[in-house]
Design a protein around this ligand. Structure first.
Ligand code: PEP
Ligand code: MN
Length: 280
């Protein structure tokens, strides 16, 4: 399978890619924490969340303005208004913004506000959209399709790199399985596999990966132990009132508590040394 990859393969580029998003580097060895609500709902909600996650140690703010919802009758996001609210949260905190783009026609607008464009799981196979984000300069967070193989995942990244944008970060967000206790099955084994075959950084999203707030902390720590370059987690000031993914959001306090554990884990790892994370 390696023969069909070109730009994404480790053979093409032996050194790890480091992607700069605003003033943050993903893939540099220090894990990056991306946190925020599933969807931007109001100025109060996004600014309150941004201030709290920044205080707890997050490096980037996430929040969807354009939401890919299973039901056409569910909240679809605030659209352009949501992007403006993200800009206010950025002004208030200095945090760089990660937000999803659904439509190739919206890429220029979203790229005006976003520091990193998210391609959601449902769009990992949307080749015109991959091409469109490949033709602009903002970094891209490419989420794994919910039934995508490693080959397909890296081939989707290849579309973006082949168009001339080298700044791609992959994101494992769980795959469809038969599990009846989680929303998806978080496939952490793809982290070392990506490191083996590609130079691109990979972060893990334990929120969509488990769908259960109580599993997010253990799976975040496990992701970092497996060598992930960061985690992306959904946080909401009032999860029970969230307009999307209410069941999986951490409260601000739960996020703070998790960040304390992450900080002690990273401190221990620094004292231990990074050698056990050498690529397979
Ligand atoms: C999200 O990040 O809110 C999202 C829609 O994720 P996914 O594309 O992984 O389902
Ligand atoms: Mn979500």
């Amino acid at each position: 399978m390696q023969e069909s990859w070109k730009y994404v393969s480790r053979q093409h580029q032996p050194d790890d890619t480091v992607v700069q998003i605003a003033s943050v580097f993903i893939g540099s060895g220090e894990p990056v924490i991306i946190a925020g609500p599933c969807a931007v709902e109001s100025e109060e909600q996004i600014v309150e969340t941004a201030l709290a996650v920044k205080e707890a140690g997050a490096h980037l703010l996430r929040g969807g303005a354009f939401k890919p919802r299973t039901s056409p009758y569910d909240f679809q996001g605030l659209g352009a208004k949501g992007l403006e609210l993200l800009a206010r949260a950025k002004e208030a905190t200095g945090l760089g913004i990660v937000t999803e783009v659904l439509d190739p026609a919206d890429v220029p607008l979203v790229a005006e506000y976003a520091d990193m464009l998210q391609i959601g799981s449902r769009n990992m196979y949307n080749y015109p959209l991959l091409r469109a984000v490949g033709q602009q300069e903002k970094p891209v967070l490419l989420k794994r399709g919910m039934s995508a193989t490693l080959y397909e995942f890296l081939m989707s990244a290849e579309y973006i790199l082949a168009e001339g944008n080298p700044n791609v970060v992959l994101c494992e967000r769980g795959i469809r399985g038969f599990s009846d206790f989680t929303r998806n099955t978080l496939d952490l084994s793809i982290v070392p596999a990506v490191k083996q075959y590609s130079h691109l950084p990979i972060v893990v999203d334990p929120s969509h990966g488990t769908g259960r707030p109580e599993y997010i902390e253990p799976m975040s720590l496990a992701a970092l132990a497996a060598g992930a370059d960061g985690i992306m987690v959904e946080v909401h000031p009032r999860p029970h009132r969230a307009l999307s993914d209410a069941d999986q959001a951490l409260t601000l306090t739960q996020f703070q508590e998790m960040m304390k554990k992450i900080h002690s884990f990273l401190e221990w790892r620094r004292s231990y040394g990074h050698s056990y994370l050498e690529h397979p």
